[in-house]
Design a protein around this ligand. Structure first.
Ligand code: SF4
Length: 328
């Protein structure tokens, strides 16, 4: 079995809520974007993180690549806790941990040619020879399904799918080991989504990459992931290998997510979609995160936080309905 490349333990991140003062100390109330989050990614694995918008998926990705600092917890990569590193110590690791965003175009300089964009990334990361930089830029363009022709073009001359391919090329050009893909195909048409996902999967195999794939789209997550973590209100409520999760979903939230997918098989087995909005999680939060929307809630659900327990091999769930269920 492959080793863990990244281990996230008890990660927590809060943001101040504008205009909200806590009544006792008149301090600004905090919204917990991520709370007690624990999971790992193995070498060569695609780990899918799925949940509604605002559940903390993107904040998690941003903390892994150092764009946000967690309040507590650890992000262990190569024996180092990334959350404790200073910017100078983190910089050499940036080469190995890259991110692809949903809207690649907004992050690019519209006046810079694509070849020059890729070469700048290589230069920052120590490729000093100009001929090497050009060769590597063209090579990566070809790998992601673009060509030398695009080397001389500007970002606005590309289609939506080509822009996302350029985003993947920008991440891959410095040969990372882990890529965080944050909704990289959400803005694309379904047929283009499949093409970009297939390219990503081929490159992952060829380059032995690990991927953290973040999406609200359970269909996309199912297509690309080896294992899936279902996230709700800043924490994982269920985790399993992809086939196991779809054959045997346990958490009411996971079942509700599946109900929102127009898939005849999922509809046939009769899950019902949950109602209501995701609430805000604050410092004084207690009980089950899903309590306010759960059709199966019990008295203790509002008071006691369910433990995240492995109740079948590699299948974990946080729900009081499975308290005392024997592992098999
Ligand atoms: Fe529903 Fe209770 Fe399970 Fe939470 S712990 S998902 S409220 S049954």
């Amino acid at each position: 079995m492959a080793n863990n490349l990244l281990e996230i333990k008890n990660l927590r991140k809060s943001f101040p809520m504008r205009g909200q003062k806590s009544s006792i100390f008149s301090q600004t109330e905090q919204m917990l974007a991520v709370d007690n989050l624990t999971f790992s990614i193995k070498e060569g694995e695609t780990y899918g993180l799925v949940g509604e918008s605002g559940c903390g998926k993107s904040t998690t990705g941003r903390m892994i690549v150092g764009l946000e600092k967690p309040n507590s917890g650890s992000i262990i990569y190569e024996g180092k806790d990334l959350s404790k590193l200073k910017d100078k110590e983190f910089f050499p690791l940036r080469k190995e941990l890259q991110m692809v965003f949903q809207n690649t175009l907004s992050a690019l300089n519209p006046r810079q040619r694509i070849g020059s964009i890729l070469e700048d990334i290589l230069k920052i990361h120590g490729v000093s020879d100009a001929f090497d930089r050009r060769d590597q830029a063209v090579e990566i363009l070809e790998k992601v399904g673009l060509s030398e022709y695009h080397y001389f073009r500007y970002p606005h001359e590309l289609s939506g799918g080509q822009v996302q391919r350029l985003g993947i090329a920008s991440a891959l050009v410095i040969k990372p080991r882990l890529i965080i893909c944050d909704e990289p195909v959400s803005a694309l048409d379904v047929s283009i989504q499949a093409q970009v996902l297939n390219t990503l999967m081929e490159l992952q195999q060829e380059l032995q990459l690990s991927l953290l794939f973040i999406s609200h789209d359970i269909g996309v997550i199912r297509y690309i992931s080896d294992r899936i973590g279902v996230m709700y209100l800043g924490t994982l409520v269920e985790e399993a290998e992809t086939d196991e999760l779809f054959e045997n979903p346990l958490h009411p939230y996971t079942k509700g997510l599946f109900a929102s997918v127009p898939d005849p098989f999922i509809q046939e087995i009769g899950f019902s979609e949950f109602k209501g909005e995701q609430p805000v999680r604050t410092n004084d939060f207690k009980g089950c995160a899903f309590c306010s929307r759960c059709p199966y809630r019990m008295e203790k659900c509002a008071e006691q936080t369910p433990a995240f327990l492995e109740i079948a091999p590699n299948h974990k769930v946080a729900c009081h309905m499975y308290d005392g269920v024997e592992r098999n």
